[in-house]
Design a protein around this ligand. Structure first.
Ligand SMILES: C[S@@+](CC[C@H](N)C(=O)[O-])C[C@H]1O[C@@H](n2cnc3c(N)ncnc32)[C@H](O)[C@@H]1O
Length: 217
């Protein structure tokens, strides 16, 4: 896995076997903040939110969520699914907190040090449960109000983007629950609609991908 610097100065990982990046090369931190925080978390009006992330990866989305939860004093229970956890050395080299919020660096590394499968209260407003599992085989064990769908692209990992899996996500969301994703392809939109979601195409991040999707139950 190689580290590359994206257009907003934040790093991402490149996976040569898939010819795929973890984030948009136009700006990793900008993309995460736009799609998952601005269009997802801040669009949700609840004061207590259970979030499910498909593809925990570097924990960038979780870190931005932790910071937002503390700023706005909203209680977040975050479940992150990941089949291939990253090693500490890789995370230290990426060092997202240095760019995003150096004074909360300890929280970022604690997120990665907490044991898998256990819920850990990291701040008064944010708890994290990382689950080491294959999303395609995983069965939801609680209710959620928000899903960050951040799998590798459908053409790279089609098994993660199927009608059955979107139906499973629909079922574990409360009424009014939201799913956001960076991929606005017609085939993904139709799968989400087929599962029962109402789907909006929204502008992508500044200088980034053209459109993103927000699906509401
Ligand atoms: C596009 S990256 C997401 C990165 C992450 N959200 C972040 O901000 O760093 C996709 C992630 O999905 C994970 N993944 C791949 N196959 C998976 C599977 N079958 N089940 C769960 N996670 C998987 C990858 O290891 C990777 O971390």
């Amino acid at each position: 896995m190689n580290i590359e610097i994206t257009n907003d100065g934040s790093p991402t990982l490149y996976v040569p076997e898939l010819d795929e990046h973890y984030h948009s090369v136009k700006g990793a931190a900008t993309e995460s903040a736009h799609i998952f925080i601005n269009m997802g978390l801040r669009h949700c009006t609840l004061n207590e939110v259970n979030i499910l992330e498909i593809g925990f990866g570097t924990g960038l989305n979780a870190f931005l969520t932790l910071l937002d939860a503390d700023t706005h004093k909203r209680r977040i229970r975050y479940t992150g699914l990941e089949l291939y956890p990253l090693g500490e050395e890789c995370l230290r080299q990426l060092d997202y907190p240095a760019q995003i919020c150096p004074e909360r660096s300890a929280d970022y590394y604690r997120m990665h040090q907490t044991p898998w499968e256990e819920e850990a209260a990291l701040t008064p407003f944010f708890s994290l449960r990382k689950v080491k599992t294959d999303f395609t085989q995983w069965l939801p064990d609680m209710r959620f109000q928000l899903v960050y769908f951040d799998a590798f692209a459908p053409e790279k990992q089609p098994a993660m983007w199927t009608p059955e899996l979107f139906e499973r996500l629909y079922q574990c969301l409360d009424e009014g629950g939201i799913l956001t994703t960076y991929c606005a392809k017609g085939i993904v939109r139709r799968m989400l609609q087929g599962a029962g979601f109402t789907v909006e195409r929204l502008p992508g991040p500044p200088n980034g991908k053209r459109e993103i999707l927000r699906a509401t139950k």
